[in-house]
Ligand binder design. Structure first.
Ligand code: BJW
Ligand code: ZN
Length: 261
């Protein structure tokens, strides 16, 4: 591929690295699902434009106003369930056969990557499609829990358990699922290529994966219409919506990797 036929203008070094890369990681955030009609958190029109995250996305908020938090997640779940994967989600499914080792690390709770067909995936912040008992950890489908109790979190009801169901997501101040985080951290520490897409890169430890990949010397590509704190340090910034940039990047990588040598 020459620079003149490459609409993404990948420089020679990046083309060579993309051709040789054996281990790739994608870190995705809410912006990937924007073109599926779901809201991001931060910025204009985001879920938190008129609400403080600490009023909704913390354990303290849930214990202070359980009904309000439950209804917000019931609404978020209904929106996610009604949404469909977009070309960005679909392009990422192809990455599983592009690289010998590939991991999609998502911060998203909408399950759209899974519904698109991605299998080599870890979800760092849980899912809105499930509810979990805050005392015994029993899980059930969010759809069923909301149907049984639309306005207040339902009681667990298991013998001897006085707990109640909450959304199976990770709130501020809570630990991420240990196995998922360990797998993501190991992949970032050993990758040749990391692509961050649709994330403001403000929330840790997820954003720390970008730092890990940069320190390792991996090539890092950022797909985001807006800059992030990592923008000055990445090797390529695609300032475009994910639904346009990811299919184009996928095709460019497929072309690179089908070339001999
Ligand atoms: C497009 C687009 C298009 C638009 N195409 N792009 C180190 C330093 C400082 C603080 C901490 C630290 N380590 C830990 C912390 C504390 C905290 C934290 O990170 N705070 C910072 C905010 C300051 N982290 C935690 O508490 C984490 N737990 C933890 O660390 O446990 C250990 C511990 C315990 C106690 C004390 C200390 C440590 C847990 C974090 C959990 C995050 N949970 C949420 C809610 C999940 C449930 C729900 O959905 O309601 O996860 S918060 C929210 O932010 C959600 C997201 O997954 C996450 C990231 O957001 P994301 O995806 O980046 O979305 P946005 O909206 O921010 O950005 C969207 C981007 O898309 C924008 O840039 C747009 O430009 C772009 N975009 N359209 C492509 N079409
Ligand atoms: Zn229980």
């Amino acid at each position: 591929m020459s620079a003149t036929t490459d609409p993404l203008r990948l420089d020679e070094d990046l083309q060579a690295r993309l051709r040789r890369a054996a281990r790739a990681v994608v870190l995705s955030g809410a912006g990937v699902s924007r073109e599926s009609g779901l809201d991001t958190f931060r910025g204009a029109g985001g879920l938190w434009e008129n609400q403080r995250p600490e009023d909704l996305a913390t354990p303290e908020a849930f214990y202070r106003a359980p009904g309000q938090v439950w209804r917000w997640y019931a609404w978020r779940y209904a929106r996610a369930a009604a949404a469909a994967p977009n070309p960005a989600h679909l392009a990422l499914v192809r990455w599983e056969s592009l690289f010998p080792s590939f991991l999609l690390v998502t911060q998203n709770v909408d399950d759209l990557h899974q519904r698109a067909g991605s299998r080599r995936l870890v979800a760092l912040h849980g899912t809105v499609a499930a509810a979990v008992c805050d005392a015994c950890g029993r899980r059930r489908a969010m759809a069923e829990a909301v149907a049984a109790s639309p306005d207040e979190p339902p009681a667990c009801g298991a013998a001897g358990c006085g707990g109640r169901f909450r959304p199976a997501v990770v709130w501020f101040g809570e630990n991420l699922p240990a196995a998922a985080l360990a797998q993501a951290a190991e992949a970032a520490a050993s990758c040749d290529l990391l692509v961050s897409v649709g994330t403001s890169s403000l929330v840790y430890p997820a954003a720390g994966l970008i730092e890990t990949a940069l320190r390792r010397g991996a090539r890092v590509i950022e797909v985001n219409p807006e800059p992030t704190p990592f923008s000055p340090r990445v090797h390529l910034r695609l300032a475009a919506p994910a639904g346009e940039a990811l299919p184009a990047l996928t095709e460019a990588i497929e072309r690179c990797r089908s070339m001999p040598g």
